[in-house]
Design a protein around this ligand. Structure first.
Ligand SMILES: *Cc1c(COP(=O)(O)O)cnc(C)c1O
Length: 369
């Protein structure tokens, strides 16, 4: 396993590809394409770490996630600047309180690489929500005053872009609040910049357990090489690891790719947590597919691969409705006490319920009758 040091990750950040003309060192970029990339990056910046770019040059599904295109300039009829209504639920700058017992804390607005389909395009890219201790103090004050908050999700941007001392400031500040039971760190660093996962980082965070990681992975080609080492280091340090995947047209919208991704993650001790329907952020319609397609993929995973490898498919509803699970229908119809299901292979099986009080009452809608 390669040991990572602070100079490794600083070198990766110094080597980011940020300009259209820098890409031509690695890719054939026409003049027309260069102009389109410049136009797209004026709206939402490009940054690609050398580590990720090297993989992406061999994997169209990876390149598509980070390479700007003219499609981003098309604004769909349903697109929203703030698709999840986070600003509506903002209770302090960068603190979103939507659910009863947990809050989302956006600590910064920069990432190691920028996903073109970012749901927080409105604020990510390094100009809107920088890390400051003063802002963190305002967020801590809110959390301290709200004893119902027992779970804090640290996100951004990418929290692991902060130096260890700043990240420790956040985590220690949260841990000092007695009713905060768990802290989660949402990050795509293991995919983009695994060098950041150093022994020092793990040792520092271990002092503040329980800390969960929500890791963003979209394609099996991301789960290779140093990324696998970084995941082992995090798991060996005792952090429960979960993953989040965005369903993306032309990237991972087929059963085989999604199965392979989930199997690789599980092998790396990452428990697939959520698979997201792609949000309505501006200029990303070309990445979206239908919920029907998502359901087909879910049905192609459940039963075929370990239950541990099956994430929950959710739509994060526009305007702050929150996450709702979408599940293929396995219950076909009810006939008195008898429920008729289809199994993962499509075969019919029935289950007879006990007679409790009113057996004739239909509790589920009758389908196919
Ligand atoms: C996703 C999210 C959470 C966490 O939801 P879980 O279902 O507990 O993972 C909390 N707050 C906001 C605003 C969110 O978007």
């Amino acid at each position: 396993m390669k040991q990572s040091s602070a100079s490794d990750w600083a070198a990766q950040l110094a080597g980011q590809t940020r300009k259209a003309n820098e890409l031509s060192r690695h890719l054939d970029v026409s003049d027309e394409q260069r102009a389109e990339i410049s136009e797209a990056t004026a709206k939402f910046p490009m940054a690609i770490t050398p580590y990720f770019l090297e993989k992406a040059l061999d994997s169209p599904a990876l390149l598509k996630q980070v390479l700007p295109t003219k499609d981003e300039l098309e604004i769909g009829a349903a697109d929203l600047a703030d698709p999840l209504g986070e600003e509506h639920d903002e209770v302090a700058p960068g603190l979103v309180h939507r659910y009863p017992d947990r809050v989302l804390l956006l600590v910064n607005d920069v990432c190691a690489s920028y996903c073109r389909f970012c749901t927080r395009k409105r604020m990510v890219g390094g100009r809107k929500l920088p890390f400051t201790k003063k802002r963190m103090q305002e967020c801590f004050a809110y959390i301290r005053a709200h004893e119902d908050v027992r779970d804090v999700i640290i996100s951004g941007g990418d929290p692991l872009m902060l130096p260890d001392a700043s990240l420790e400031y956040v985590v220690a500040g949260l841990r000092a609040i007695p009713h905060v039971e768990i802290v989660r760190i949402g990050t795509r660093i293991p995919a983009f910049l695994p060098h950041r996962v150093t022994d020092e980082l793990c040792a520092m965070l271990r002092k503040y357990q329980p800390i969960y990681f929500s890791l963003h992975f979209d394609h099996p080609d991301e789960v290779t090489g140093r990324t696998v080492d970084a995941l082992a280091k995090l798991a060996d340090s005792g952090f429960p690891l979960g993953s989040q995947t965005v369903l993306l047209r032309g990237v991972n919208d087929d059963v085989d790719t999604m199965r392979e991704l989930m199997k690789r993650l599980t092998r790396c001790r990452v428990r697939p947590y959520y698979m997201y329907q792609c949000d309505l952020a501006i200029g990303i319609e070309h990445f979206r597919t239908t919920v029907e397609k998502g359901l087909e993929i879910v049905a192609g995973m459940r039963g075929f691969i370990s239950g541990y490898a099956c994430p929950t498919y959710v739509v994060d509803l526009p305007k702050g409705g929150g996450k709702v699970p979408v599940i293929p229908e396995y219950l076909k119809y009810q006939d008195g006490n008898r429920l008729v299901f289809r199994n993962f292979e499509g075969r019919e099986y029935s289950y007879t319920e006990p007679t409790i009080d009113e057996p004739a009452v239909k509790r589920f809608p009758a389908v196919n009758e």
